[in-house]
Design a protein around this ligand. Structure first.
Ligand code: TXA
Ligand code: MG
Length: 327
């Protein structure tokens, strides 16, 4: 299969991309699309065969459920059930954070094929705020399953070129709307008994969520419910170690060592250095994190040393990715 990358920046380009993508999606094909978090590989969520093509392209195991993106709120109760115990909380959270990088895990309705949810009784849903994604899903006029557009277990793509590196020949179309805004995958929550269970950290922080109810953090050894929680997720191929402060880290003799720097100033002993935030803001670091990891990973290094970020706000979401990359 030949993969075409279609630029979607000007109004005319966007209009052309919307019609090409919607047509492919209607024909049951997967298409790589930008979202405000990372690029996704989208396909018709109500078409089992289309959804299966996502698993094939990503080499994703069938036990790992897909996030379902909705064209609008009118779709929520067609695909998910809102029990009395969660309705009010769902309304409040979704009013505050949708469209945007927050995904809800809720009991599913029967129209969602089992392949999409990997046989689970629940479905993960979100409404993306990306203007190009929003235009395409509105034109398609149905829910789209869209996991991150990387091969399974690899770093999520935050630019069209990353998607091409991952999925060249596996999807007919990549819509290129430039680098993604947040650069980290959506926050995932499950609403249960009026509590907010935090399944994956992301752009919507724990502090933002805590205004809406009690937060339950997933215990480290509890059953893996979202395979995004598997230790080896987000992995570069190069071994990665985490350190509190790289200033005191000395690369072993004879090794080519790369640095993902947050604060460290004296970086001369590292063969390659990437600093996801020049201004030392967590938003900027989040947006550039995966690109920096990808660049370090392709620099033929023996080791990547990553400095831990402050464990607050977005820093907690960044550290969660780095800890998994380090395993
Ligand atoms: O920002 C994002 O969420 C991006 C963009 C493309 O929307 N998508 C994304 O999808 O990160 P993916 O497949 O890479 O991560 C989805 C995570 C997986 O860890 C999956 O296990 C979990 O969501 N998930 C999906 N359905 C679930 C369910 N019913 N219960 C628990 N976890 C679920
Ligand atoms: Mg992923």
């Amino acid at each position: 299969m030949k993969t075409i990358v279609l630029r979607a920046r000007s109004a005319d380009e966007i209009a052309a991309a919307v019609s090409s993508a919607a047509e492919l999606l209607r024909n049951g094909s997967p298409v790589a699309l930008p979202t405000e978090t990372v690029y996704g590989l989208a396909a018709d969520a109500l078409n089992e065969n289309a959804a299966l093509k996502i698993f094939a392209a990503k080499e994703r195991p069938r036990f790992d459920p897909l996030i379902v993106h909705l064209p609008g709120r009118e779709w929520v109760e067609r695909v998910a059930l809102l029990d009395a115990g969660v309705r009010e909380m769902f309304e409040q959270l979704s009013r505050q954070f949708w469209p945007g990088p927050l995904t809800f895990v809720l009991p599913k309705t029967s129209i969602v094929p089992d392949v999409v949810t990997a046989g689970l009784e629940t479905v993960a849903i979100r409404i993306s705020s990306h203007p190009v994604f929003a235009a395409i899903i509105r034109e398609f006029n149905g829910p789209l399953a869209a996991p991150s557009a990387n091969r399974f277990g690899r770093i999520s793509p935050t630019a069209a070129s990353h998607v091409l590196d991952e999925l060249d020949g596996k999807t007919p179309l990549i819509v290129d709307a430039g680098p993604t805004k947040h650069g980290l995958e959506s926050t995932i929550v499950a609403l249960r008994n009026n509590r907010i269970e935090l399944l994956r950290r992301g752009p919507i922080t724990e502090k933002q969520l805590s205004k809406f109810g009690e937060i339950l953090r997933r215990r480290a050894n509890s059953r893996v419910e979202a395979p995004g929680q598997l230790p080896s997720h987000y992995a570069p191929r190069t071994p990665l170690v985490l350190t509190d402060d790289a200033s005191s880290f000395n690369p072993p003799a004879g090794t080519r060592c790369g640095l993902l720097a947050w604060k460290c100033a004296n970086t001369a002993r590292f063969a390659e250095v990437r600093r996801p935030s020049e201004r030392t803001t967590l938003e900027e670091a989040g947006a550039n994190l995966f690109r920096c990891l990808r660049e370090l990973d392709s620099a033929t290094l023996d080791l990547i040393v990553a400095e831990k970020f402050p464990e607050e706000g977005l820093g907690a979401a960044i550290n969660e990715r780095l800890r998994r990359a380090a395993k």
